[in-house]
Design a binder for this molecule. Structure first.
Ligand code: NAP
Length: 283
């Protein structure tokens, strides 16, 4: 039997409607500042999409497009100014910062006021996620949890395997599944015999960035398979880590790429901006 396709696009549209309604009920608009340094085309697309999403939900967004050579100091000064501005509830600095310059991404992330850190990358927010007491969740793992909830897949008591251990996806994803009482294993590039671990998974989340890494023989029959990755195939078409068609024959649930985790990641930024506005007293 073929798996149920977990429709992230439809769920994101539903969340957006809900966010738009909540924003409309506020007396002051939530505000998001988006900083883009340099002219990386992929980053440009991400930033434009984020601004479009904000406009659709009634969130004020302000873009700061800076030349690649602006430098660490000027970037930190801008963040300081945005930290002080009351109409700005969330600050997002699009990563990666341009290569070949003296940027320190860690210092930039730490300069953002944790109360405006809508990406949830600041160590303070990372720590709060560890202890399960948070205002913001990192967007991609939060989007995965929303997809699981939508399809009635409860991690409690399940074997959950996360492939990938980055600070922005793999690690927080594992933590969120743990908070929801999953029994969680994290795999990475040094995990020997990856299939022997992934075959145990009732819920398998792959966040690596390698096309066809997860093949059908690595998946347990009836599993929920969540593909976070965004890769390009030889024709430039977007694809994930999962060998989709054969895995869909074996799994009970599967996310497509595109149309699975991507739209949910985008919507969680809006959710975090709304949460920040509320935390700043906008009612
Ligand atoms: P990352 O920082 O490059 O991390 C990749 C992880 O995969 C690392 O932990 C790495 O292990 C592990 N890995 C590499 N090769 C492996 C292998 N053969 N077997 C098992 N694990 C392996 O990437 P990321 O930022 O977490 O992103 C992961 C993917 O998600 C990318 O495709 C990215 O484009 C995508 N992504 C999508 C969204 C979205 O909105 N859908 C958002 C963010 C990211 P080591 O730690 O040992 O090196």
């Amino acid at each position: 039997m073929a798996a149920i396709i977990m429709d992230g696009k439809a769920l994101a549209a539903k969340w957006k409607d809900n966010i738009r309604t909540q924003v409309a009920a506020l007396s002051q608009r939530p505000g998001l500042a988006v900083i883009l340094v340099g002219n990386d085309p992929a980053s440009r697309v991400y930033v434009t999409n984020k601004e479009k999403d904000c406009a659709q939900c009634g969130i004020y967004s302000e873009e700061f497009a800076l030349p690649a050579e602006i430098g660490q100091q000027a970037l930190l000064e801008l963040i300081e100014e945005l930290n002080r501005r009351p109409e700005i509830d969330g600050i997002l600095c699009q990563l990666p910062l341009p290569k070949g310059y003296d940027y320190d991404e860690e210092q930039v992330l730490q300069a953002i006021d944790p109360r405006k850190d809508v990406d949830a990358f600041h160590p303070y927010n990372v720590g709060r996620i560890m202890i399960g007491d948070y205002t913001f969740l990192p967007c991609t793992p939060a989007g995965v949890m929303a997809l699981l909830d939508e399809y009635g897949i409860d991690p409690a008591g399940k074997r959950c395997v996360v492939v990938g251990r980055s600070n922005i996806v793999g690690k927080p994803q594992a933590m969120l599944l743990l908070h929801r009482h999953g029994t969680v294993t994290i795999c990475h590039s040094r995990t020997p015999d990856l299939g022997s671990v992934t075959r145990e998974a009732d819920i398998l989340v792959s966040a690596v960035g390698k096309r066809n890494l997860i093949t059908a023989d690595m998946v347990k029959k009836g599993a929920a398979v969540i593909d976070v990755a965004m890769n390009r195939d030889e024709n430039g078409k977007l694809c994930g880590d999962v060998d989709f068609a054969p895995v869909a024959e074996k799994a009970a649930y599967i996310t497509p790429v595109p149309g699975g985790c991507g739209p949910m990641t985008r919507v969680m930024l809006l959710q975090n901006t709304l949460a920040a506005a509320r935390a700043h007293g906008k009612a």
